[in-house]
Write a protein that binds this ligand. Structure first.
Ligand code: F0G
Length: 458
């Protein structure tokens, strides 16, 4: 057995990375007001801000792109994408959108609204925002295993079935907009949902006559975990596991920017014809005609090819193992991470790494600044900057955890890039006691992590 997980691809085209020095990066960071979102991408050496829309397309996808049929209605490329999604999901009604949140906006506007309640394993932030914007309420039902950071239970992304049923009874089945199972669970650490949990969710939804929607943007990664960690699913192919999971639900939303490995795209797929007709009206008003929605013909070609490639066993093996490789490397240095490692990202517990910094001094923000200055690595704080709230006295109500997400773009970085990230953490760990507290200088009303200005506490 070889120790090295080689990338199952050769590189045909390269994109240069601009190298920078520590002194330059100190200046860049200061000019960006200590907010990595305000850096220019050419000031970044390794960009781990997101795995969304950052994939490298394959030669198969680039050649499919040239087959794009840009006709307004009934394009060949639409039929190709429709057939691919239909074969994978089994749903007849397919609505193409420019990205995941556009599909969310359409569906949750139609089935949401005041008085409606949505229940999920964990709503992603745009999902929650679209639900709440419609006037409805979004409730997360995490399991006790998820809440225990030391538990290495393999399916920490699961929804708590008892809590789900309790919520349906409490709010009344007719008031439930939908139950949404997000696979993998991005908000929870990129951790998977088991097949059994999806079956149990489906049983509850059928019992109460409630709509069951999958947020399927990382369903291939989720299938990897099911095949490898759920004994009674081992005999199935990754694609078959995904197909069987889609069959349990009434529809799905997918941001194609993740597991369809394209730079832009998404779709909504449903069984229910009359619901789909209502959604199609809104699709035509806000996105485009029903056979292209928010997409060009070439996008639809690349999505169709990407959805085939993502289930290739060699790809998935490399994808999940290489995320684990980063997690293992960090753990060996004593960096506290969320366990077990999920599919698309490693989540660092910055509150524990920088123990001397209280939440009010934003240890996660301090860590993302250090990662950039020391290594030119860009990552995202998922702690009290992103989720903290202020009470009536303007005091911070901290987030439940001070995390930093290192999200890994698909097929973009090699093992030596990841080794470089791990080496940067050697420096960070060595100097962890010197990490400085951070204060917010200027913040917007909503989504403050994107545009706030920060500085060191002197
Ligand atoms: N659902 C999940 C679980 C997501 O992770 C995302 C996006 C969306 C929906 C929305 O899709 O971006 O195409 O509109 N997640 C990105 C991230 C932004 O960085 O995790 P979108």
């Amino acid at each position: 057995m070889h120790r090295t997980i080689i990338e199952p691809f050769r590189i045909k085209m390269v994109e240069p990375i601009q190298m920078t020095t520590l002194i330059e990066r100190e200046v860049f960071m200061k000019k960006a007001h200590y907010n990595p979102f305000l850096l220019n991408s050419d000031q970044v050496i390794i960009d781990l801000l997101t795995d969304s829309g950052t994939s490298a397309m394959s030669s198969g996808q680039w050649s499919a792109l040239m087959n794009g049929d840009e006709s307004y209605a009934g394009a060949r490329s639409w039929h190709r994408m429709y057939n691919e999604i239909h074969d994978l999901t089994g749903y007849d009604q397919i609505l193409p959108t420019h990205q995941g949140r556009a599909a969310e906006k359409i569906l949750y506007t139609i089935i949401g609204g005041k008085g409606k309640v949505f229940v999920s394993n964990a709503h992603f932030d745009t999902t929650r925002a679209n639900i709440e914007y419609s006037g409805a309420i979004a409730i997360d039902c995490q399991t006790p295993e998820y809440l225990d950071s030391n538990s290495s239970y393999p399916f920490k992304g699961n929804i708590d079935i008892d809590l789900l049923e309790k919520n349906i009874i409490e709010h009344g089945a007719t008031n439930i907009g939908a139950v949404i199972l997000t696979v993998t669970n991005n908000t929870g650490g990129g951790q998977p949902v088991s097949f059994k949990n999806a079956v149990d969710t489906s049983i509850i939804c059928k019992k109460y006559g409630v709509l069951f929607i999958l947020d399927a943007c990382r369903i291939a990664e989720n299938s990897y975990f099911i095949k490898n960690y759920e004994t009674d699913q081992k005999h199935k192919s990754y694609r078959q596991i995904a197909k069987d999971m889609f069959a349990l639900a009434d529809g799905c939303i997918m941001s194609a920017k993740k597991d369809a490995m394209v730079n832009m795209g998404g779709f909504l797929a449903l069984n229910n014809v009359s619901l789909a007709e209502e959604c199609t009206q809104l699709l035509i008003i806000t996105e485009g005609f029903s056979t292209y929605g928010g997409l060009s013909g070439r996008d639809m070609e690349t999505i169709a090819t990407g959805l085939q490639e993502v289930f290739e066993p060699d790809y998935l093996e490399y994808r999940i193992k290489s995320t684990q490789y980063l997690g293992n490397g960090l753990q060996q240095l004593g960096v506290p991470i969320q366990l077990p490692v999920g599919g698309h990202a490693v989540y660092i517990n910055a509150g524990e790494l920088y123990k001397h910094l209280p939440p009010s001094q934003y240890p996660g923000q301090s860590l993302v600044i250090d990662m950039y200055v020391k290594g030119g690595i860009r990552a995202c704080e998922i702690g009290s900057v992103m989720f903290g709230k202020l009470d009536a006295q303007n005091q911070l109500i901290p987030a439940s955890k001070e995390l930093v997400r290192l999200a890994i773009p698909r097929r973009v970085y090699t093992q030596s890039h990841i080794d470089y990230v791990i080496e940067t953490f050697e420096m960070i760990v060595k100097n962890k006691h010197q990490a400085k507290g951070i204060k917010i200088i200027k913040e917007p009303k909503f989504l403050r992590h994107f545009t706030s200005h920060f500085d060191y506490i002197s």
